[in-house]
Ligand binder design. Structure first.
Ligand code: ADP
Length: 554
């Protein structure tokens, strides 16, 4: 084989950090973080802090010195138990740049799962947001591998043995010599949020992060640049916050973090104050924001969201009605994306082809509701139960398989989980989907959420998203309940909008109007105050199935 004449430069996170300093040192990371407690409401008060990428660079280098002096070695896991802040961003860069692994732990998981994850990953040090410190007594005694705890932000009193982040990095030198980095070594780590069982660990490589970062930020996907100010609402403790912490410093976009403050009214104000151009989050966040934007508009005091060029929604299926409502009522362009912890996460994004821009309104929103085309370097395909390839005809439903340089080839220390999902170089997502002739994929369901009725499959996601387009419905989840004749039948669990009511006859007519066959319609509806959600805001179907397992369909 003839070798190329090209340099063999490893793809590594320190390159991104160096680039941020040399080209974008004056660009900003703005963090709204809790700085006190309101004496009346007892709610935390947000304070606004600014850091430049130049300052971030220096502090990352100080942090690398501090970690090395604390005995952190290449390959060691550095746990973070934190929300979106500039300090968490420093950890995202510093831990991997010194050869260690930044392990982001989901703060919304219950203590026992946090303990399981820390022990499974064998974290050596834990960086904790100040407001989460009260949880430590329930966690630390059960985590023998943790040798050091660093608290980020002021606390009335440091837990015994813990150090303050600022004291930890203070007076350290601002130049750290990076070790030699193999692009295939682990740089970061996340566990799946356990929607489908015990959390499973995924180790990201420097190479995967860099390739994911440059592909996603540039070109026809996120299209981010120095002109952007990005507010990722998606948490940094879940799947690399979809890559924004690496993307923004690489292309010079400002970053805005709102830590624990994700109330729609507050977010709407931050969008206006910071002139945010791009934002990203799960559908439940956007449904809340949509309500708030509608409310304010009706009250005659609309929020100013005119700076927003694009709003990315992913993590669960985006209801078409929501995409249309943002577009038509608030002039906000929504981009639908799909991904998983196992795919770093960007697998597909729905960017429109030029011809789609000329579609009439309804057809354009139909198009935008699809889950998107694979991002560059990612391949997707559909197979049946015998692993035979299925056609991309937009109709045939199959198991979605994915491969690419930022798709995991195994789970960390979990042979059974690996064997169950790896298939001849492809990863079996556990999702059921269609792909149309233009290459646009649509998630129909998670395999275990599909409803099996009399030998036919009914997509719960499809029903949910259509129901959520009904003006009286705020949230809708559809689950299978056992049926003596049909095996399973759909039950709609709905949350009404304030002051609304609706009955089954109306919803039946609405669904029929939207193309559902009669046999697909839910047999019954239950109105609830709230749909249980996972730690990252997805509908917790497992809990609903459990709650309604003895449901009698009349
Ligand atoms: P967990 O598996 O614990 O929920 P992940 O965040 O990794 O954690 O979830 C990935 C799953 O989320 C996907 O397999 C898919 O089922 C679902 N998902 C993500 N994005 C979308 C989307 N745009 N439409 C439908 N489902 C989605």
């Amino acid at each position: 084989m003839l070798q190329s004449t090209m340099m063999d430069v490893p793809l590594s996170i320190p390159f991104l950090l160096e680039r941020a300093k040399s080209l974008f040192a004056d660009k900003k990371v703005i963090s709204y973080i809790p700085v006190g407690i309101d004496p009346e409401t007892k709610a935390p008060i947000p304070g606004r802090l600014e850091e430049t990428y130049g300052q971030m660079y220096d502090r990352c280098h100080q942090l690398m010195h501090a970690l090395a002096e604390a005995g952190i070695q290449p390959g060691d896991r550095v746990g973070t138990f934190a929300t979106n802040t500039f300090r968490h961003l420093e950890l995202y860069f510093a831990a991997p740049s010194m050869g260690a692994v930044c392990h982001m732990i989901n703060i919304r998981l219950p203590d026992d799962q946090v303990v399981y994850i820390i022990n499974h990953a064998e974290d050596k040090v834990l960086f904790v947001d100040n407001f989460l410190a009260p949880r430590l007594p329930a966690i630390l005694p059960k985590c023998p591998t943790i040798k050091l705890v660093v608290i980020m932000g002021a606390v009335p009193a440091l837990p015994p043995g813990a150090v303050d982040y600022e004291a930890f990095i203070a007076h350290k030198a601002t130049e750290y010599t990076y070790p030699e980095i193999d692009e295939r070594q682990a740089s970061g780590m996340c566990y799946t949020s356990g929607t489908t069982g015990n959390p499973k660990g995924v180790l990201y490589s420097h190479r995967a992060i860099v390739l994911h970062c440059i592909t996603a930020a540039m070109g026809e996907l996120m299209g981010l640049s120095e002109a952007d100010t990005v507010l990722p609402i998606v948490p940094m403790f879940h799947v690399n916050a979809w890559g924004y912490p690496y993307m923004c410093p690489t292309v010079g976009s400002n970053l805005v973090f709102t830590s624990m403050f994700t109330d729609p009214k507050f977010l709407a104000k931050v969008f206006a104050d910071e002139k945010v151009t791009h934002t990203a989050g799960v559908p439940t966040i956007w449904l809340g924001l949509l309500d708030e934007l509608d409310r304010a508009k009706q009250a005659g005091a609309p929020h100013n969201t005119s700076s927003i060029n694009s709003l990315v929604v992913g993590g669960s299926a985006a209801p078409r009605g929501m995409i249309e409502a943002f577009g038509e009522r608030h002039n906000i362009h929504v981009i639908h994306a799909w991904g998983m912890t196992e795919t770093t996460p960007l697998g597909t994004m729905n960017t429109l082809k030029p011809a789609h821009h000329h579609l009439e309104k309804a057809a354009k929103y139909d198009q935008m509701a699809l889950t998107g085309r694979p991002t560059a370097l990612v391949q997707i395909k559909l197979v049946d139960e015998h692993d035979h390839l299925l056609p991309n005809d937009g109709k045939t439903i199959g198991r979605l398989l994915v491969r690419g340089p930022w798709v995991t080839a195994s789970y960390y220390k979990d042979e059974a989980g690996t064997a169950a999902t790896q298939q001849n170089g492809w990863f079996d997502t556990g999702d059921i989907a269609t792909i149309n002739s233009e290459g646009y994929m649509l998630i129909q369901d998670r395999a275990k959420d599909l409803i099996k009725s009399g030998g036919e499959w009914i997509s719960s996601v499809d029903l949910e998203n259509t129901l959520m387009g009904h003006p009286s419905i705020r949230e809708a989840a559809v689950v299978a309940v056992p049926h003596p004749k049909w095996d399973e039948r759909p039950l709609g669990v709905i949350v009404m909008r304030e002051g609304s009511s609706v009955d089954k006859t109306v919803l039946d007519a609405y669904l029929l109007e939207h193309g559902f066959a009669k046999w697909m319609l839910p047999d019954a509806y239950e109105v609830v105050a709230e749909i249980p959600k996972t730690s990252v805001g997805k509908f917790l179907k497992r809990a609903l199935r459990e709650q309604f397992k003895d449901y009698k369909l009349i």
